[in-house]
Design a protein around this ligand. Structure first.
Ligand code: UD1
Length: 428
């Protein structure tokens, strides 16, 4: 088991480059299954979730490799899905990565059939897949739900899916992406309604269109997909990760530091930058770089609600909680997306934070100091929040189960070290 040790109390200072976005890369990797040929992802983040998706694609029969691209060493992922041999995704893969469910639609599009172990629960909430399954059924899929496997096949004898008008009962990023992927090779036109409007949905549409698909309306609540016969080879530039950029700004705020972010996804960070500004953080954009002075980011936020895009992202809720634990006053966070995403609060309290959780509400009474101790990452963003708390805390903090943080951050230890933080990863 890996853990990370942090010696806190030093304001961060320096420059950091933002990796490619995890949530943009993963659905494009799944979409590669649709095409009997090559799909390339440039600037693809080298993180555990991407490696894991690569492993699933290899299990299906894809040939994969990493190459250099314009000075970016080894960050171009080549996925050759010419000869896929399997259409099943066993439990060892499906249970470890919830977004693997979107591979089912890709397999259905390519082969008219697929099977996947049902993705289990998750520490941030129940995370059901009802919207995914009803969407696939509406496209003409017959699905058998067994306790250990979901078996899906095109209901029509010709093995094709058919375009349909589908209204999602709730906005879901994953179900919207899944619907786009499943409909690309379906016969006729698919209309998806009440879609998620997250940037990752727009990027997936760009990637699919780059492969030869016909997707319009992504970024609005109505997406239209005109089914095409086949796709072609393509390359997709993975955009920078808005959650990683927000995390590093939170690290600057927690330590009252000053950092420069290279390659920031500015247009997708508005809600977060609004909150950062309300806390007292300042920034300038010079030559495409975000220069942040967080030395005064000590104000509380009287009410912060997570919401679908363009609202405040649930993925940055835990990092912001770590910052507000050290604010001068009382803050209130309401989590509207996932019902159980406050688990990190318990460990922050062990470090000296004053946080009370009541259902979907967290009440935070800022304290002057946190104190290092041994804590445990329970999930990706909560684990990152504990690292930020450790950077701000007095003394030494050890965060166990660091592998959960590695699911989404390519080199958080090197990045923080380059910003002057004292941090060490131990174990394998
Ligand atoms: C994606 C992101 C995740 C982010 C989340 C919300 C990826 C790989 N993950 O997750 O980082 O936190 O969006 O921005 O891109 N729901 C249902 N039924 C379903 C599907 C979802 O009720 O079939 C509910 C969920 O429980 C949740 C809400 O819809 O309450 C939003 O979830 P969703 O947008 O689907 O999140 P993910 O796509 O899983």
């Amino acid at each position: 088991m890996k853990n990370i040790r942090i010696w806190g109390g030093r304001p961060l200072d320096g420059t950091v480059y933002i990796q490619g976005s995890k949530n943009a890369a993963l659905p494009v990797m799944a979409a590669a299954v649709l095409h009997k040929g090559m799909t390339v992802l440039h600037d693809c983040p080298k993180i555990a979730d991407v490696f894991f998706m690569e492993k699933i694609l290899s299990h299906l029969g894809a040939k994969t490799c990493w190459k250099d691209h314009f000075g970016h060493l080894g960050h171009s992922l080549y996925l050759d899905c010419s000869d896929l041999r399997a259409t099943d995704i066993p439990d060892e893969y499906a249970s470890r990565m919830r977004c693997s469910i979107i591979l089912l639609g890709a397999l259905l599009g390519r082969f008219g059939q697929g099977a996947i172990a049902p993705p289990g629960g998750c520490v941030i909430g129940k995370r059901p897949i009802d919207l995914h399954l009803s969407m696939l059924r509406a496209l003409g899929t017959h699905i058998e739900e067994h306790p250990k496997v979901l078996r899906a096949c095109a209901a029509d004898l010709d093995g094709e899916l058919y375009g349909a008008r589908i209204r999602f009962a709730k906005q879901s990023v994953g179900a919207t992406e899944h619907g786009m992927i499943a409909a690309v090779l379906a016969k006729g036109t698919t209309y998806l309604e009440n879609c998620a409007k997250e940037p990752e949905v727009v990027w997936l549409a760009q990637a699919l269109n780059g492969m030869g698909a016909s997707v319009t309306g992504a970024g609005t609540d109505q997406i239209r997909i005109e089914g095409v016969e086949a796709l072609h080879d393509s390359a997709f530039q993975v955009p920078p990760d808005r959650i990683v950029a927000g995390t590093y700004l939170c690290a600057a705020a927690a330590t009252r530091g000053k950092i420069c972010i290279e390659n920031p996804p500015l247009s997708e960070m508005s809600a977060f930058l609004g909150v950062y500004g309300k806390m007292g953080g300042q920034y300038d954009v010079i030559g495409g770089k975000l220069i942040a002075d967080a030395s005064g980011a000590c104000g509380p936020i009287t009410r912060l609600e997570t919401d679908v895009y363009p609202g405040f992202s649930t993925d940055l809720q835990s990092p912001v909680m770590a910052v507000l634990a050290l604010a001068r006053g009382k803050s209130h966070i309401r989590e509207n997306i996932f019902e159980d995403r406050f688990r990190v609060a318990e460990d922050l309290v062990r470090m000296g934070a004053h946080i009370r959780i009541n259902g979907r509400d967290a009440y935070i009474d800022g304290t002057e100091r946190l104190y290092g101790c041994r804590v445990t990452a329970q999930e990706l963003r909560g684990g990152a929040a504990l690292i930020l708390a450790g950077l701000a805390a007095e003394g030494e903090t050890t965060v166990d189960d660091f592998h959960l943080v590695e699911r989404g951050y390519e080199q958080i230890q090197e990045d923080i070290r380059s910003l002057g933080g004292r941090i060490l990863v131990e174990g394998e």
